[in-house]
Ligand binder design. Structure first.
Ligand code: ADP
Ligand code: 5GP
Length: 215
């Protein structure tokens, strides 16, 4: 995982010389049960809003085929993850379906301070921690991505084909609790159709602050 000062890979960092006049960026949190389509919808949002900055999480889960270390996740060992927690380098972190996931703190803080909007794609326990974080939680906009139905969620998880049956069961068990958390969020978008869901999310983000780079 890069050190906090390693920001060279982000084109959004190109113009950050004078940040004193800029308002803080806005923090968006996208959450929802595993398999609902968060990554798929985010791919679409990337096309619509190329300048929005996405946090790359640390995780102990195994890399899936096609995933790139440092792009999809920072893939770390359990010991490395424990060290990140110990050193308080994670903004939030959670155990999810047998693995650990967390948001590196410094890159998020740096971008917000530089006036850039930030998007976190995390599960519900993490979203709650962001909401509770001093100085951050009050300004964060929490958005829940919901499936059209539980059966459709299960179908998507099976259809993705990335987990064995035991892992899918763990994720669907977690999904029941996660779906119950929807009222804790500021907004809900139902992912029936990827393009419509992405457009709905972009609109929500644009409306949440005039002048935001999300248009
Ligand atoms: P998450 O990131 O929430 O775990 P994914 O983005 O990996 O979910 O999506 C899970 C599966 O559902 C993938 O196979 C994806 O192609 C499919 N999917 C996502 N959105 C939709 C949709 N609106 N309609 C049908 N299938 C979808
Ligand atoms: P997956 O293993 O399918 O990539 O992710 C499993 C779940 O972990 C998803 O709901 C995803 O949103 C969530 N997740 C990914 N990164 C983080 C993170 O940094 N923190 C938390 N709390 N959850 C995360």
């Amino acid at each position: 995982m890069p050190r906090p000062t390693d920001t060279a890979s982000s084109p959004a960092c190109a113009d950050r010389a004078d940040t004193s006049e800029r308002p803080r960026g806005r923090l968006f949190v996208l959450s929802g049960p595993s398999g609902v389509g968060k990554s798929t919808v985010l791919e679409q949002i990337r096309l619509l809003v190329p300048q929005l900055w996405y946090s790359v999480s640390a995780t102990t889960r195994k890399q899936r085929p096609g995933e790139v270390d440092g792009v999809n996740y920072h893939f770390v060992t359990h010991d490395q993850f424990a060290e990140l927690v110990e050193q308080e380098r994670l903004l939030e972190h959670a155990h999810f379906a047998g693995n650990r996931y967390g948001t590196p703190r410094d890159p998020v803080e740096e971008r917000l301070a530089a006036g850039e909007d930030v998007l976190l794609e995390i599960e519900v326990q993490g979203a709650r921690q962001v909401r509770a974080a001093p100085g951050l939680g009050a300004e964060a906009v929490l958005i829940f991505l919901a499936p059209p139905s539980f059966d459709e969620l299960a179908r998507r998880l099976v259809g993705r084909g990335t987990e064995d049956e035991a892992t899918r069961t763990a994720r669907l068990d977690a999904a029941r609790d996660e779906l119950a958390a929807e009222p804790e969020f500021d907004h809900t978008v139902v992912n029936t159709d990827v393009k419509s869901a992405a457009a709905g999310l972009v609109q929500l983000m644009a409306e949440s602050r005039p002048g935001s780079p999300v248009r």
